[in-house]
Structures are given as C-alpha cells and as structure tokens.
Design a protein around this ligand. Structure first.
Ligand SMILES: [Zn+2]
Length: 384
C-alpha cells in the first residue's frame, strides 16, 4: 500500500544534488517536504545500490493512461496525471492541441481549476497559432494566424495558469504575440514552424525562450539554410525540448543538441498522448483519429507521428544508457531546467531541503523502483 511517510530517511543511495552526486547519500523526508536534519523517531529505508533523483517535471504532455488533457473531463485529466506520476513525473503541465477557440477557452477553464487544486502545474497551448506547413497532428481547418488579441483570450481563459504557448512566430502577428506573451510572463515557444534562421532569430530577440520539440515539426538543419534548429540551439536564452523516445529523434540528434546547447538548456519532455502508460489501439488526439502500434502513435489519415507514448522514466533511462548523457546532466534536463522555466524551482526540481519531497528511486540499471510526491509514495519501493 502506498502510504504517507511522516519522517523517513532514505539512506545509502547515490543521491543526485545540484552540486553533484553524493555516494552513500541521504534524503530526509519530513511530512511533505525535504528536511535538512533528521527528526527524532524517523524510520530509515536502506536504498543501497539505488539512485535517488528529483521527481521529473514534464512541461509538454497531452495525456496518458487512456485519457486526454486536451479534450477530457476533469476526471480524465486526473487519470492522465496519475498515469504519469506512476512513471516518476511528479509535476506536469497539461498541453492542449489545436481546437476551435471557444472549445480551447472552455478546456482552459477546466484545466485551470486543476492547476489551482495543485494537480497540474499549468497549461501549455500548442496551437492553434501554428503553420499549416508544419501542422503535424493538428487539424488544418482549425489553424489560425497568431493574433495577439486571440492569444490574450486564451490567457484570460486560463486565469493566470497559462505557462507556455507554442506558435509559428513567422506568421503575421507572430512577433507581436511573442511580445505579448513575454510581457505576461508566459513562455513563448517556437514550434510547428516553417521559419527561416533569420525569422527565428527575430522571434528570440522578441522574447521567445523555448523550442517546442526541437527538430520535429520544423525545417531540417541545412548547411545553406540552417533554419530554426541552428538559431534555437545557438542562443543562450533558449531551452530546447527533446522527445527521447527513439522514434522522434535519432540518438545522434539528441547528443548534438546536448553538446551544442549544454545540459542546462535542454528540457526532456514526453509530448505524450492518451496512450502513454496504456495499450496499443485506436485513440483520438483532439479531433483526429490516431492508431498506436508497437507504442508509436500515428494519425490514421496521412500517418504523421501524433505525439508519443513516452513516459519520462523511459526518457531518463534512454538518455543515460543509450545516449550516454551523464546522470547529473539528465537530472538537470528532466527536473531542474523545466522547473526553473515554469517558475517552480523554489518548490520542485531538486532535492534541496525545504522543497516538496518529490523524488524518484531508480535501480542500478535506471529502472524505476519508487516514486514519492509531496512525501507520499505513489510507487513504494520494494527493496531486498
Ligand atoms: Zn505536443
């Protein structure tokens, strides 16, 4: 049974802190928080041979466990949230997909209540202000040019819980929309874009700070036309999202991004749809039908990749074991960086005392063995 650990010392593990990995380290959990010293009567859990890392923070996620954040009811959204928590994601932003403006405003209202209740960390609007040339799994008929007044409507509908808007900044109204978002403290993310290198530089100058799933749904890197990828990778102000599921990116492309941007400017995301943490079969992504086969989600019509079925524990394990990224760097890009971008680093994103006791226990092969959120085991480690 998952239960509340009032005071627990997680001992003997390799603990990944912002300053590096501590061998034979300890994490002290008191109530819902991480504590700096051991209270009387604390019980000890021996985690020798394991890693303890901060809970994962997913800033781009459309659902899971068979349920959609983009179209579901509040109950559906909670089903998706729980599915991802079981895979180590203790903080999740709900991403929408392109829909008509009234529908998006209503869904934003529903999601904003779950943000206020502490179940979600915010809302990410992906579409409708994206390029028809790079629409991916978004309905072409519902795409719109990025009009700042309409962007504003979505922010209002989200009642202060909007964290990010993905848009094709090269479209008319794109740069003004980026400025509006930056003024409101909402991340302007360049994505589903057909922009040139120069247009992307202009968007960054206007305040865009995130690349939505770098490489996917944007022009490829060309030696005479470097496009958005080069502009987004080279600018210190930009964090690049990567979907590390082995389908969206070749390991070499992921490594290139880590090396060019540095681990402090990478955010590992899932871009998950309903089938994450669920079975193969037929699903919907907004208004579009999707078939999931062998864990790969594609539109029934046209065959575009339609989000992923990835969970962040898998993204973590792949990054360490296949892509050979150092564990500490993976922790930065899966917890600390997204937490900072979302303005949540004072509460989550590291194992520093005073923060929420959100953590993940991994075995020596980086398989998930435990998940704690706010001091409560979501997945209780069975050790020994
Ligand atoms: Zn997405």
């Amino acid at each position: 049974m998952a239960g509340r650990a009032d005071s627990t010392v997680l001992a003997g593990a390799r603990v990944v802190l912002p300053t590096g990995t501590v061998e034979d380290g300890r994490v002290i959990v008191e109530g819902t928080r991480i504590a700096g010293s051991t209270p009387d009567g604390a019980r000890t859990l021996d985690l020798q041979g394991h890693w303890v890392v901060p809970g994962f923070v997913d800033m781009h996620n459309h659902g899971g466990g068979g349920a959609s954040f983009a179209t579901g009811t509040a109950e559906d959204v909670l089903t998706g949230v729980r599915a991802h928590r079981e895979h180590g994601t203790t903080t999740v932003v709900a991403s929408t997909v392109t829909g008509d403006m009234d529908f998006l405003a209503r869904q934003a209202g529903l999601l904003s209540e779950l943000v206020e209740q502490g179940e979600l960390a915010g809302i990410h609007f992906e579409g409708p202000f994206i390029s028809p040339c790079r629409k991916g799994a978004h309905s072409e008929g519902l795409l719109r040019e990025p009009d700042p007044a309409e962007v504003r409507k979505l922010l209002d509908a989200a009642r202060g819980t909007a964290k990010m808007v993905t848009l094709a900044t090269e479209l008319p109204g794109g740069i003004d929309s980026v400025r509006l978002l930056a003024e409101h403290g909402v991340i302007a993310a360049v994505g589903h874009t057909d922009a040139t290198y120069e247009q992307t530089v202009e968007a960054i100058e206007a305040g865009a700070t995130v690349a939505t799933h770098l490489y996917n749904a944007m022009p490829a890197l060309g030696h005479r036309a470097p496009g958005p990828i080069a502009a987004l990778l080279e600018d210190e102000r930009v964090t690049v999202e990567l979907i590390n599921d082995g389908t969206h990116l070749h390991p070499a492309a992921l490594e290139l991004a880590y090396h060019r941007a540095g681990a402090d400017r990478v955010a590992l995301i899932t871009d998950a749809m309903d089938a994450a943490g669920a079975d193969d079969g037929f699903y919907e992504l907004g208004p579009l039908a999707v078939e999931v086969k062998d864990g790969v989600a594609r539109l029934v019509e046209g065959g575009s990749i339609a989000g992923s079925t990835l969970t962040l524990d898998t993204a973590f394990r792949r990054a360490v074991t296949i892509d050979r990224i150092p564990v500490e760097d993976v922790v930065r890009s899966i917890s600390a960086n997204p937490a900072r971008l979302l303005g949540l680093y004072d509460r989550v994103g590291s194992l520093d005392p005073g923060k929420d006791a959100d953590l993940v226990v991994l075995d020596a092969d980086f398989a998930l063995k435990g998940v704690m959120r706010r001091g409560e085991w979501i997945v209780e480690p069975r050790i020994g």
